[in-house]
Design a binder for this molecule. Structure first.
Ligand SMILES: [Zn+2]
Length: 249
């Protein structure tokens, strides 16, 4: 009855399989408040530098903007290069990096700019602290905060900027298609810039984090009265020419 028992050959294959599995299983390594799974194709000095740069950027942003953030298991997958990221990314939308909120994973290419890192970190913070705000607004916060210089964080000396090429879209916002555009992230980037110029950017963000529902951020809830009031100021502001550098905060 033992004739069919696979015997030594079976155990040999099993051991080889287990050794192979262990060799390829790299548990994420914790550094500061983050976990990392860097590509094995990257030189170790690059991995170490990127890990420590990411942790210090993350902590700077947390201290400046989101001090209420509570550490959670966010894992960062660093790909060898942008090509490898594009092949592996989870969402089909055009992106240089992404945050997967359910899995709490950032996927990013080695050598990504600080702006890209900052953008994904804002997603981590807002997703934990103010998940109630609409997705487009969430995205707009990530765009504006990622372009902000962290070395001059005080409002007096700090200006908000938008990517130069976005200036062309201002006319789209003024041509009467406002309601449809309201769903578009572009609308929210300009809108947050407007709140910035009114010195309400951080005030409303802090209120959202404290779950206070500031009326300025509830423009999607069908409250026409609130929006009508806000719209007048926003329209006036939109007709100005220069959005590259907006004082306020
Ligand atoms: Zn984003």
């Amino acid at each position: 009855m033992f004739e069919n028992f696979p015997g030594r050959r079976f155990y040999f294959i099993l051991i080889v399989f287990l050794l192979f599995s262990c060799k390829n299983f790299h548990p994420p390594e914790k550094e500061g408040p983050l976990y990392f799974r860097p590509s094995t194709a990257l030189p170790i000095h690059i991995i170490n530098r990127e890990k420590s740069d990411a942790v210090s950027l993350f902590l700077t942003m947390k201290n400046l903007y989101f001090p209420l953030y509570i550490e959670e298991n966010v894992t960062i997958y660093i790909y060898k290069d942008q090509d490898s990221y594009q092949k592996a990314k989870l969402h089909s939308i055009d992106s240089q990096a992404e945050y997967h909120s359910k899995k709490k994973q950032i996927h990013i290419a080695s050598g990504s700019s600080q702006e890209v890192w900052k953008h994904e970190f804002v997603h981590v913070f807002i997703h934990q602290l103010a998940p109630q705000i609409p997705y487009e607004l969430h995205e707009a916060y990530a765009i504006i905060l990622s372009l902000r210089d962290l070395t001059t964080p005080d409002c007096k000396n700090s200006k908000a900027t938008i990517p130069v090429q976005w200036n062309q879209y201002r006319d789209e916002l003024l041509d009467g298609k406002r309601i449809e555009t309201k769903k578009h992230k572009l609308f929210y980037v300009y809108y947050l810039l407007y709140l910035w110029s009114e010195k309400k950017f951080f005030q409303t963000l802090h209120e959202a984090v404290a779950k206070k529902k500031p009326p300025e951020l509830n423009i999607q809830d069908g409250n026409g009265l609130t929006w009508n009031k806000l719209q007048k100021g926003f329209d006036r502001w939109l007709r100005k020419r220069n959005f590259q550098s907006v004082p306020g905060c």
